[in-house]
Design a protein around this ligand. Structure first.
Ligand code: DX5
Ligand code: ZN
Length: 224
């Protein structure tokens, strides 16, 4: 079974983005980029131009988490910028099916993200069109928040639904993932782990990323 580490650069030193990514590349599978518009969430980060600026500096998969009011509008520019996958918040989409098809049509892996309080039912009708599900374990907007373990049953239910679908769909956890909470996510069936401050807030981000890699590869998964 594939397990992925996706360091989030949200709380990295963004003035040195390419260097920060290089620090964690050896341990990472995906690089998680949090695009925020200051409306869907109170924070404002970066968009397609920064994704394009980073693209020549890494061959890694660029996983863009879109915390914006109109994710569909950003898709062409993100594809052009060299993004590999997108996760769009289901709460922001009037027509998830159309948005997922638009992403796929641009060659992007297509995902849906859910806030902690959003039921899994909102994404289940779209399993046939999805590459990624992200049940968030904090309210989106900021790094460094505490993991909300009330989301664990939703992660387990998503894992079961993925198995039942027979499709290859990544199950990503995002928010408050650290050495204490990661094993619980793995046990619930998650396979892709976004880690922000527990890597980039560490004294040695490269060593921290390596330790997460070992934790992920050493844990026992449970699916279905
Ligand atoms: C929060 C972002 C996360 C964030 C995770 O809205 O989606 O990707 O960077 O950071 P930590 O790991 O610190 O919770
Ligand atoms: Zn994120």
């Amino acid at each position: 079974m594939i397990r992925r580490l996706a360091p989030s650069v949200l709380n990295a030193d963004l003035a040195q983005l390419a260097d920060q990514v290089r620090l964690v590349e050896a341990a990472a599978d995906w690089i998680h980029l949090d695009v925020m518009d200051g409306h869907f969430v109170p924070n404002l980060t970066f968009g397609p131009p920064v994704v394009a600026a980073l693209r020549p500096y890494t061959g890694h998969y660029l996983d863009c988490h879109l915390m914006v009011d109109d994710p569909e509008a950003l898709l062409p520019a993100l594809a052009e910028a060299g993004a590999n996958g997108v996760s769009m918040h289901v709460e922001a989409l009037a027509d998830p099916e159309r948005a997922l098809a638009a992403a796929a049509g641009l060659g992007l892996d297509a995902g849906l993200a859910l806030k902690p309080g959003t039921p899994l039912d909102t994404v289940l009708p779209h399993l046939g069109d999805l590459d990624l599900i992200v049940p968030m374990t904090v309210e989106p907007g900021f790094g460094g928040q505490a993991f909300d373990d009330r989301v664990l049953p939703k992660i387990a239910a998503a894992a079961q639904a993925i198995v039942a679908s027979g499709r290859t769909i990544a199950l990503q956890v995002d928010g408050g993932v650290n050495a204490g909470t990661l094993p619980r996510c793995l046990e619930a069936g998650a396979d892709t782990f976004v880690v922000g401050t527990a890597i980039f807030g560490a004294d040695d981000p490269a060593a921290a990323a390596k330790a997460f890699r070992a934790l992920i590869d050493g844990g026992e998964p449970r699916r279905g």
